[in-house]
Design a binder for this molecule. Structure first.
Ligand code: HEM
Length: 477
């Protein structure tokens, strides 16, 4: 791969070891490598191995639209090495995120219709109202990521399988503690980097033994849910007239899709998909909402314009629950959401693809077997793509604005093509409802001593989320 510029290996490893934030890695290491050539490809070491990274809209579109040439790499050596670990037990089963080819198509035929039919606006609205009420009882600055991730967990529990985590009311209850504990355990750097230590010795290490026990309890609970739901739906007709179609939980909708002849998932596959939906949908949406709150806090003029739109559509001075129709009218708030997902997209890089044959990308030779990944952060921050990419400007997404004029796929926080995020619409409506309800109830700003006064500070590993983002909320009514 000598014909493709390379991101300095030692700089990449040093950045990883030192926990350098993604914006610094992009400015100092990856964007300079990418912008050495007009095609914008560069070669780097990822946790899934050496890969060609894509940072230009046309190339991103070509890669995502040609899944026959560039299928998802279904089992990477990194995933294989994690079988039997906490991460492996939770996520590395047969699910729609990891599979490729025929088995992926079969699963997606069941998962997609469930998401097309599901838009639980009442669940979104009811739980946002609960979050708004809880915030009003807190004194002083609020830890925004803490509250949004409790809210997003409650939403997903109800929307995915009708389970009430009650994380908003009681962040220390049994199931919330268990869920947080296993997510934290799955991300422990030592075992993430050296999974063989965990695979061979977990039963000897008390902390790891506890993590495996907690995972088993969590999986047993989910498995029971799957069985109970199958049994309950087996006894009654598939019609549940008391529940509106769009408010049914995803598990119900997936089982119904099976009954309508779309295919069949085994109980293990359903379980694996439910776990994956949690991983894919929980922190990403919590992070997106907390990042919107941040960008609106540092841009009071944009915050006020967004609030005026929410008030125009929902009225003022009284709590309401939005309807689907109303959320479609939130044009400016949607632009704010899109710009937030550009400038601080929760995902940094998409999952790796592999060249299934010798081929070319942007006129560059790519040998069969090469791994490729779209570097979302670099795509969204590349000065060769966007004007003033560091500036937060929702107008980019106005009709006829910059985003529409750029060719290819310049904005890809949810991926694209046939592997596009199945929860995109679900998450966007969830964000529109929560942000508009917050805007009507509160005005907000950063406290004087905020660590984010100069610029957004994010946590280093995993998805992009704010570090210690405390915000002062003032009630409007
Ligand atoms: C702000 C919120 C979200 C972001 C930024 C996001 C981002 C993404 C991205 C970038 C992909 C494509 C990965 C790739 O092609 O390599 C993806 C796929 C996926 N996402 Fe999301 N996602 C979000 C919310 C959700 C939610 C709420 C759910 C479900 C509850 C979800 C479920 C999935 C699933 C199942 C896939 C795999 C689709 C497939 O490969 O067929 N996501 N997401």
């Amino acid at each position: 791969m000598r014909h493709i510029p390379r991101a300095n290996l030692f700089a990449v490893i040093k950045a990883f070891v030192n926990g350098k934030p993604v914006d610094q890695i992009a400015q100092e290491i990856t964007l300079p490598a990418a912008n050495q050539t007009s095609h914008g490809l560069y070669f780097r070491l990822h946790f899934f191995g050496w890969s060609v990274c894509v940072t230009r809209p046309e190339t991103a579109k070509y890669l995502l639209m040609h899944t026959d040439i560039f299928p998802k790499l279904s089992t990477t050596p990194a995933q294989h090495a994690r079988r039997g670990t906490v991460v492996g037990k939770l996520l590395l089963g047969e699910n729609v995120v990891l599979l490729a080819g025929k088995s992926w198509k079969e699963q997606r035929k069941i998962v997609s219709p469930a998401f097309q039919r599901s838009l639980p606006v009442q669940v979104f609205g009811k739980l946002t109202q609960k979050m708004v009420d809880i915030m009003s009882k807190e004194m002083g600055a609020i830890d925004v990521y803490d509250i949004t991730q409790r809210w997003a967990l409650d939403v997903l529990g109800e929307a995915a399988f009708g389970f009430h985590f009650q994380a908003l009311e009681d962040r220390d209850n049994e199931w919330v503690t268990r869920y947080n504990y296993i997510i934290e355990s799955a991300q422990k750097p030592l075992y993430f980097i050296f999974p063989s230590i965990e695979r061979h010795f977990w039963s000897w290490i008390p902390e790891r033994r506890k993590a495996h026990q907690e995972v088993s309890k969590f999986l047993n609970m989910m498995s029971k849910m799957v069985q109970e739901k199958r049994e309950a739906l087996g006894k009654t007709s598939t019609d549940q007239p008391s529940i509106r179609e769009n408010e049914k939980d995803l598990l119900t909708l997936m089982i119904e899709a099976e009954r309508e002849g779309q295919g069949r998932l085994t109980d293990e596959e359903l379980l694996s998909n439910l776990c994956m939906l949690f991983l894919a949908g929980h922190e990403s949406t919590a992070s997106a909402v907390s990042l919107i709150i941040y960008h609106l806090a540092v841009h009071p003029d944009i915050q006020q314009r967004a609030r005026e739109e929410a008030i125009r559509i929902f009225g003022d001075n009284a709590d309401i629950l939005p309807t689907i129709e109303q959320t479609r009218e939130l044009k400016y708030i949607n632009m704010v959401i899109k710009e937030t997902l550009r400038i601080s997209s929760p995902g940094v890089s998409m999952m790796p693809r592999v060249a299934s044959q010798d081929t070319e990308l942007s006129g560059v030779f790519i040998p069969k077997g090469t791994r490729l990944a779209i570097d979302m952060y670099d795509l969204h921050h590349n000065p060769k793509v966007w004007k003033n990419p560091k500036q937060f400007d929702p107008e980019r997404f106005a009709p006829g604005g910059e985003a529409e004029k750029l060719g290819g796929m310049p904005w890809a926080p949810f991926g694209g093509g046939e592997r596009q995020c199945v929860g995109m619409n679900f998450s966007l409506i969830e964000q529109r409802i929560s942000v508009s309800m917050l805007l009507r109830k509160y005005e907000w700003c950063l406290p004087e001593d905020s660590i984010h006064k100069e610029k957004l500070v994010t946590r280093a590993a995993g998805i992009i989320k704010p570090l210690d983002l405390f915000v002062l909320f003032t009630k409007r009514y």
